[in-house]
Design a protein around this ligand. Sequence first.
Ligand SMILES: O=c1ccn([C@@H]2O[C@H](COP(=O)(O)OP(=O)(O)O[C@H]3O[C@H](CO)[C@@H](O)[C@H](O)[C@H]3O)[C@@H](O)[C@H]2O)c(=O)[nH]1
Ligand SMILES: O=C(O)[C@H](O)COP(=O)(O)O
Length: 338
Amino acid sequence: MPDRAADHPRAGAAEAELPAAVAGWLRRRSSLAGDWPLADLLAAKGTTTVSVVIPARDEEETVGDIVRTIRRDLVRTYPLVDEVVVVDSRSRDATARVAAEAGAKVVAQDAVLPTLPNLTGKGEALWKGVAATTGDLVVFVDGDLYDFTSSYVTGLLGPLLVDRTVAYVKGFYHRPLVGGGPIEVDGGGRVTELVARPLINMYWPELAGFVQPLAGEYAGRREVLESIPFVVNYGVEIGHLIDIVSSRGLDALAQVDLGVRTHRHQDMHALGRMSGQIMLTVFDRLERCGRLVSARPPATSLAQFGRGESGHGVAREMVLTDLTCRQRPPLASLRENA
Ligand SMILES: O=c1ccn([C@@H]2O[C@H](COP(=O)(O)OP(=O)(O)O[C@H]3O[C@H](CO)[C@@H](O)[C@H](O)[C@H]3O)[C@@H](O)[C@H]2O)c(=O)[nH]1
Ligand SMILES: O=C(O)[C@H](O)COP(=O)(O)O
């Protein structure tokens, strides 16, 4: 992997405070999408097969362009990707039709492993996506991206195709916050900055070098993805990082700069629920490895307040959501028990 001593992401003045392992990892395991030219990847691919999994819930606006771009650049023009699967996560819009018309294989989330009880959430869609595909390498791409290019996929595959010791590659980017007012160039990733990053630095400082620990664009080896549990909600990404660094060490992980990413932002209440799910995933992992002993487990119900109409004008309406950290077991364990 290219030596990034003087390149992005840079360790600033506080480098002395970073665990030495992180500073070294940043140099060894960070690269740019442009470091992985398609011709080199095609040469390295050999018989390795590649699946792209796109989880999508109500993404009719964007999912078609993402599928078309991957199929045009990486299936038809150059044979890097072997299958493109959209997991339709109970969409109420035309996501499934749009994705199929763009050339994806579309699987309904609940139709995969149908004998299991259905669970809800993004992590569930990803787990079913792994179950529904066969590639040796699996690339995940969110279905709500506005500025997707095929270099997302080539960048994520680069370290996996050329280095057997890399197990899992995370994307990173600049994240503008778009909508409402003027664009904030790095205003996106609010849950990342307010919740995930502080928790990671407190409890897994070896992961502190990840620029976008919650990125929805990442790739992994099938045997690795089938060996870890998947939290079924938005805790899935932080769960992956914690579980893989714990089982395989930091050098099994890499990150690639994919440039800039814009996506459909969720509202504040949705981000509050996401934050709660991420916190509960962290507490779950801390408890499992005996680092947190709580006299009373955290409550899993989140009360949020919105505006509703009452007979006396605007009322405060309370909505309760269950954020329980449900998990799917490693897919490999299902096969062993079959
Ligand atoms: O039940 C669900 C919820 C979401 N999605 C899809 O998952 C992707 C990402 O979901 P989104 O709601 O757009 O998440 P973000 O607000 O963008 O959250 C960020 O942070 C999350 C927590 O780590 C990650 O899961 C996301 O990938 C990452 O983009 C999109 O294609 C969704 O359609 C599903 O398939 N099923
Ligand atoms: O990754 C995150 O932090 C959340 O998805 C929120 O992202 P946003 O602030 O760009 O909407």
